[in-house]
Design a protein. Sequence first.
Length: 503
Amino acid sequence: MRASRSSCSMEPVLRARRAPAKAFSQSVDLRRWRGHRLLSRSHSQSCVSILLSNRGSPTILRVLTVAGEFDRFAAPVAFATITFCVEDVAFELIPAPSIMDYIKQVCVTGDVSTLVNDENLMETWAAEVAKEIWEQKPQFGAIHVQGLKDAADPDAFADKLVRSLIALPEEMKAHFDTSRAFFDSRETGLGSIYLFQSGDGIEYFDKHAHAYRPVNVGHQSEIGTSECEGFYAKSFQTYNALHYEGTYAQNGHGHGNRAHNTGYLMARYRIFGKELTFINLNLHSVPFQDVSEIVEQPEVTKAAKLRQQQIDQLLENIESEGLKDDAIIVAGAFNAQLQETNLLSDFAHTQRATSYAKTGEDGTIEGIEQRDREGRKLVTVESQRFDLHTIHDWFFRLGRGQMVKKYNGELAQVVFGGKLLEESVFFRPSRHYAIDEHSNKDVFMRNLCPAWADRVLYNHRASDLFRHDSFCASGLYYGLVADTEYVGQHKPVALHASICLKN
């Protein structure tokens, strides 16, 4: 059962009443002025004038006495006894009983490359992702998408996707008053959306100014521009990969070879004083270079080695950016594959199957087939097919994927090496799905081996915030979005977490 607990304090109230020039005195922590933004301040010998904006309506407050250091609005400040009045209206700040100690965040990542030609399916995907977020009523949400460049018109597709995620769902409009989005349809094909229940107390990092700036309240999105303030994009490589349609390769590849880009899109935020970096990632996605690799049984396939190099490059860039003190969440298409050679070897052993190689005219291996003692096909593997025949869907669903979890070791060097961390995977593989013609339910495709390709990882600093105490730890959830719905070949993956704001 998903944990949905969150703790947030009652908002402070700026109370006004008509009165003679009489002031109220109130002890208050200035961090509690949620809903008011510091615009400017001026000092004199006897007072401090503070210009505040209450949801866009400027109000001048003349503070006659201030005890303690008045520091920058978003930074921790000393408790101050404030006495103030404006003309004949006296103001009293009623602080909340306690500062917000925790915020709930939901991060979702999903590849949309197979949705670009089906608007109805895209809307279903967006509705499920939006539901995953608004049902938790988080203070903060993140949506990372990959595969924009598969669309004939990436900008138009991105625009529809943003509207389907933010503008159309009534629950999203009611819950979040601020969002920032950037869809890099030119270079990486990645898009990131960050949603805030309130824009107050939220800052984004301006890389050029090397400083944090307050986010503007309201919904902002940039689509198709070469860059966007607060976002940083970098490509690894461009490569060609097959695009599949249908449950079997022989049903047609649909669109054949397509150019894919790998890279990442980074955004940094200071959320109620905590610095968090979010990285939308897309790694090399070709599962293996040729079938002969399965016969040769290398310890690491060529494709897996390339993905590892890209992760290492990302980690080096994080280090060079000086982000070691930030909490970092990396959510995207890691495109990690199962260790297919080990899986097939174990399968042949347990089923007492005999393996046969299919060779082409030039002697190269084009496929592998495993048969039982009666000659029945158990496994067929070709460059465009991975099929366990009668048990295919059952085998990969069994125990929510736990039967094949031991082959999910491609990211072990990253996770077990302590570079990044991941919650335990207790959900079935996120790829690759199709609709069964007879049952009208989603089933695993037989073109590629199912895999946990979509992942959400994080560093030790983020783990400390997630596990600060038992309350935070109880808010952790990691699993599939749209578990029972067909939303395309790739199911999104979500991480829910309570983030501790206490020092």
